[in-house]
Write a protein that binds this ligand. Structure first.
Ligand code: F6P
Length: 497
């Protein structure tokens, strides 16, 4: 883990002072990669700070670890696995890339078969999965599939039957293809929802419901055992983590909704970001600079949260996608060597959609007592067909909020109406929201998480923290034993004992 004292010792200046003192600041702290303009100039990063971070990154062997990840080394040490999501987009060790291409070919063949009505007319796709097996595909379909009337896609994750029942009320079972997405094919919620979806099809006279199931999994044997024919099992590698899996067969609903060419564009956009991450110097590297800012705020300024706000309805699911990516990856309490950490790890990711959030949570951002680095995401090209004033208002609001957070406003006569300012933000401005740019954007976040993990000295690729609660829920479901007076009472009150 890096020693932040050199960075903490640097003079801390206000954002407005940093701009006043350095005419080249905007240029130095903004860059354009893969159709995305990154503006980090409203963060407290300075040339000196970046040089100090650069030294820490070298001391942590960031470049070596990055190449180890791309090269297929077992960088996920606790699970003794390689990390293979970049191979899904063609950037990785040749063996992993070859295997991913084979899996993609299977996936493409199935997309073609469905389009050619091999399963009869399919109008509805019911995708069942949770966590990484739902958030990524849901984001893709929601962001990019709005203008496509190819299929209706619903993504159901919650074990709460209401989620599934809502879809049952909308979809025709005879025209529905059931997609069961689970890396392990053992996740309680997913398997229960899948069983209920099969029961719904059976009750509505679908003769061979299992014949209308596609399984997306790294455990093909389990899917076959559950009843899916091998020809409709789309595998992916164990080395592709759940929250990094939308590039693999887990992206199937997006491939079918958007069409295969768009899915390939998504992969190519991500590959472009991969190449940038691998090749650009650290001080001109978008994921690296973003991670340096993250680390400055978590380690030196002790910010406990960070908040991305999507100023584009199409990206409304991005904050929840990022919550899993960032918090499941870097919300850790031990170092990669298994020692307790003595410093904060990942910030809590929260966020929302602009302009709505301005009328709800921005009060705290402008005047509250927490330091919250904000991230604005906006798209230059308008997505809707309403008068362009809507889009103009949307973008101007995003930019004005960043300016207000930084500048603040004094009011000696009325402190309640004063704004302290000096509140950091970064802005990611996409030329347009298409598959390629979204691929690059998501890959940017993945690499930013990786850089944070390396400098924090933790393993970003395991997630043992989720296991205990799962085990206890399973034990409770089996009626196994008692917990504690409070929990036992709640179980009794709900009539579950
Ligand atoms: O409980 C957390 C988790 O293991 C995530 O890491 C994962 O994305 C999700 O559950 C779903 O797991 P699976 O794809 O195996 O059903």
């Amino acid at each position: 883990m890096a020693d932040w004292s050199t960075i903490a010792a640097l003079p801390q200046q206000k954002l407005t002072q940093l701009f006043d003192a350095d005419a080249g600041r905007l240029e130095r702290l903004s860059l354009d990669v893969a159709g995305i303009h990154f503006d980090f100039s409203k963060t407290h990063l300075t040339a000196e700070m970046i040089a100090a971070f650069d030294a820490l990154a070298r001391a942590s062997d960031l470049a070596g670890k990055r190449e180890a990840m791309f090269g297929g080394a077992h960088v996920n040490v606790t699970e003794d696995r390689p990390v293979e999501h970049t191979a899904e987009r063609g950037e990785g060790n040749p063996e992993s890339v070859r295997r991913a291409r084979g899996y993609h070919a299977r996936m493409r063949a199935l997309v073609d078969a469905i389009e050619a009505d091999a399963f009869g007319p399919v109008r509805h796709i019911l995708h069942i999965g949770i966590g990484g097996s739902a958030l990524g595909p849901h984001l893709l379909v929601d962001a990019l599939g709005r203008d496509s009337d190819r299929y209706d896609v619903a993504v159901v994750s919650n074990v709460d039957g209401m989620a599934l029942e809502d879809v049952f009320n909308l979809f025709d079972p005879a025209a529905t293809l059931l997609v069961v997405a689970s890396k392990t094919f053992t996740t309680t919620e997913t398997m229960m929802n899948a069983e209920s979806a099969i029961a719904w099809m059976t009750e509505h006279g679908v003769e061979d419901p299992y014949g209308r199931v596609v399984a997306l999994t790294a455990s093909p044997d389990k899917a076959i055992e559950w009843g899916v024919d091998e020809t409709r099992v789309l595998p992916f590698s164990e080395g592709v983590g759940g929250r990094y899996s939308l590039w693999s067969s887990i992206g199937f609903p997006a491939a079918i909704k958007l069409g295969w060419d768009q899915f390939e564009e998504l992969l190519e956009g991500a590959a472009e970001m991969d190449r940038h991450f691998r090749l650009a110097a650290l001080h001109e590297n978008a994921p690296v600079l973003a991670a340096f800012a993250d680390l400055y705020y978590t380690q030196v300024r002790r910010a406990e949260t960070r908040a991305p706000f999507a100023y584009d309805e199409r990206l409304r699911l991005l904050p929840s996608y990022l919550q899993q990516l960032e918090m499941e990856s870097n919300g850790k309490g031990v170092t990669i060597d298994g020692k307790p950490v003595t410093y904060p790890t990942a910030a809590i990711t929260w966020g929302g959609v602009g302009t709505d959030a301005q009328h709800a949570v921005f009060q705290l951002l402008h005047q509250g007592t927490h330091l919250v680095p904000v991230e604005f995401l906006a798209v230059i090209e308008q997505g809707d067909t309403l008068p362009e004033e809507h889009h103009r208002q949307l973008l101007l609001n995003a930019f004005a909020q960043g300016a207000a957070l930084m500048k603040g406003r004094e009011n000696p006569d009325d402190p309640a109406r004063a704004y302290p300012g000096d509140r950091p933000s970064s802005t990611l401005l996409l030329d347009q929201l298409d598959a390629r740019t979204l691929g690059a954007l998501i890959a940017f976040y993945e690499h930013r998480v990786f850089v944070n993990g390396v400098l924090l000295g933790i393993n970003s690729f395991d997630q043992f923290g989720v296991e205990l609660g799962k085990e206890m829920a399973k034990a409770a479901a089996k009626g196994g034993g008692s917990f504690d007076p409070s929990t036992d009472d709640l179980i009794r009150r709900a009539g579950l004992a």
